[in-house]
Design a protein around this ligand. Structure first.
Ligand code: NAP
Ligand code: 3JN
Length: 346
């Protein structure tokens, strides 16, 4: 390993919830780093972050930040990606973007490594990481798609507040304390920070994640629908989604109904899921074994259980899929892509 190539790596959004996990994973995975540059807005510039026992000073991200940077991982919101990724590409930096800025761009590969890692090689400077709710679903459905074909997916999500950022976690915990103390709550962040109307999240379920589109779906639901078709490479796939915020801190859960194109044996389905990369089958109703967000939190894998044939359609399955939204749903998927790029160049 002594002649292994080392990379100059930048993390944009280094002080955020996703950026923090990216930095932790780069250290834990021993990513081959020559120099690590940590970038944020002017607000956090000057603060220190520790990486492998070294204190790194966070700098403000500017178009010139990418001079000499080989790989940059972006999670500072879509506007920052739209402004800075073209600048980074001019410097020859390969960008892995956690935002929705480039996901549906036909020139940009949208990658879940267990599904379509080969697409990375088609990049023109940027590879997009899908939405967290999409990642765990397509990763789980891929072996079933390959074996039986899939015609239709109906998904309902139960999404953790950490998906809406650190302030949403604080809001949920604060409201819970207020309700238990018998006090009134004053919602300030959820469901959407930039909209004037807010709802209580403690002891509640909010059927709105992101703003509404004119068709009655939310942007989060449209992301799941459009991204799933792009990643699976199948525009004929029928997908519908309802995305719901629940008072869970880490871990998105999903109830998924899938219509397959051919007959299946339920034990074979379970075996395919058990053998799939990055998937852990947790399915033993007799012992009350099934995936739980509290167990998935902090883990890199995606968990699947409650695997059963539908009663109304013998060619359909019902599944319960859970994963840590900040890890496989964001930071880990991005670091996996960066690891692939690094290996390809070694
Ligand atoms: P967060 O905790 O609010 O962190 C935002 C980060 O972006 C902070 O480091 C912030 O720096 C930085 N930032 C903000 N404005 C900036 C600017 N103008 N220039 C440079 N850096 C700037 O948010 P998060 O939860 O980590 O999410 C960040 C983004 O990641 C989201 O907006 C979303 O696009 C993406 N995301 C994707 C998924 C997914 O499903 N794959 C999941 C969650 C998030 P300061 O400390 O200076 O403010
Ligand atoms: O709300 C969630 O659980 C996931 C949120 C993801 C998110 C939040 C703000 C902006 C995204 C995303 O990754 O789709 C974006 C965005 O980049 O559009």
């Amino acid at each position: 390993m002594s002649n292994q190539k080392l990379f100059n790596v930048a993390v944009v959004g280094a002080t955020g919830a996703v950026g923090e996990q990216i930095i932790r994973l780069l250290a834990e995975r021993n990513f081959p780093i020559q120099e690590l540059k940590l970038l944020s807005s002017a607000r956090s510039a000057g603060s220190k972050v520790s990486f492998k026992g070294q204190e790194i000073t966070v700098q403000e991200a500017t178009p010139d930040s990418f001079q000499g940077v080989d790989i940059a991982l972006f999670s500072a919101g879509g506007d920052v990606s739209k402004a800075l990724i073209p600048e980074a590409i001019k410097h020859g930096t390969v960008c892995v973007d956690n935002t929705s800025a480039f996901r549906m761009d036909p020139e940009t590969p949208l990658v879940v490594p267990e599904v379509n890692i080969d697409k990375v090689n088609e990049h023109k400077g940027v590879i997009a990481n899908p939405n967290c709710s999409t990642i765990q679903m397509v990763q789980t459905l891929k072996p079933l798609y390959d074996r039986y074909g899939i015609s239709r997916i109906i998904v309902s999500t139960y999404q953790a507040v950490s998906g809406a950022g650190a302030r949403a976690i604080d809001e949920m915990l604060r409201q819970s304390r207020e309700v238990l103390a018998g006090n009134e709550v004053e919602p300030q962040i959820l469901p959407v920070g930039s909209l004037p109307k807010k709802h209580q999240i403690a002891f509640n379920a909010i059927p709105q994640i992101d703003k509404f589109v004119e068709n009655g779906f939310t942007y989060e639901e449209m992301k799941m629908i459009n991204e799933t078709k792009k990643i699976m490479g199948d525009e004929s796939l029928e997908v519908t989604a309802t995305c719901v915020r629940v008072p869970v801190v880490y871990g998105h859960s999903e109830s998924v109904y899938v219509e397959l194109k051919s007959d299946f044996d339920i034990e074979e389905v379970k075996q395919l899921l058990a053998d799939a990369p990055g998937i852990i089958l947790q399915d033993n109703p007799a012992e009350q074994v099934y995936p739980l967000a509290t167990d998935a939190a902090g883990k890199l894998e995606t968990f699947v259980g409650r695997v059963r044939r539908d009663l109304s359609n013998p060619r359909a399955l019902n599944l319960w899929i859970v994963s840590d939204n900040l890890l496989k749903g964001a930071a880990w998927n991005a670091v996996q892509i960066a690891e692939y790029i690094a290996i390809e160049q070694n």
